[in-house]
Design a protein around this ligand. Structure first.
Ligand code: MG
Length: 203
């Protein structure tokens, strides 16, 4: 399986990092070894002094596909959850300044926490989902998927031009504003439509 991640898919988040709003989706990948599930803790990596959280809607593919048309994309996924796209922001900044790829800042072991999946209900609009990240019980990010620049179906159509999408692949759909730094002992809890689906401790 692979993890496809989308950068800058919410205008307010692009602005908070002084990035321009993209005209096409920005895509990067995380390997399977980035996956952190079953409520496991993340050990603060030694190579960064600025580990940051980005809470995102995660979509799980239920069918294989290539060149998927936007109008059919909804037939290719059936479960959703929340994930944290952990980012070594200081490392990423250095890579960006040098025009180098981001992987060491974004695709390291444990950098993709994913919560429990819930089935997408019949008739449920994936572009009208509320989600929230609390850290140590304090609300840090509140998002609604209606604010995405590129819809989930557009992202799938776009990504599948380049990559065959397989059953079980995960798509991190971008983060709303409110990203910030983490410290050891922080406890992250994610809520999707008001229900807790994700928790992760920083050790
Ligand atoms: Mg992200």
């Amino acid at each position: 399986m692979k993890i496809i991640c989308i950068g800058r898919n919410y205008t307010e988040h692009a602005k908070e990092l002084n990035n321009s709003v993209p005209s096409d989706p920005i895509i990067f990948l995380k390997p399977k070894t980035a996956l952190l599930i079953d409520g496991k803790a993340l050990y603060y990596p030694e190579f960064t002094n600025d580990l940051q959280y980005e809470c995102e809607l995660v979509v799980r593919m239920s069918k294989n596909g290539k060149y998927i048309q936007e109008k059919f994309a909804h037939k290719y996924y059936n479960a959703i959850s929340l994930g944290i796209d952990f980012t070594a922001r200081d490392v990423q900044q250095k890579q960006k300044e040098k025009g180098l790829p981001w992987e060491i800042a974004k695709a390291f072991d444990g950098s993709a926490v994913v919560g429990n999946f819930v089935p997408l209900q019949e008739g449920q609009n994936i572009q009208q989902l509320n989600f929230e990240l609390k850290i140590n019980d304090e609300s840090k990010q509140i998002g609604n998927t209606t604010d995405m620049i590129f819809s989930v179906d557009k992202l799938i159509a776009y990504a599948s031009q380049f990559f065959t999408l397989n059953i079980g692949d995960l798509i991190f759909t971008g983060t709303p504003s409110g990203v910030g730094s983490l410290r050891v002992t922080d406890e992250l809890v994610g809520y999707l439509e008001g229900k807790e689906v994700l928790s992760c401790l920083i050790k």
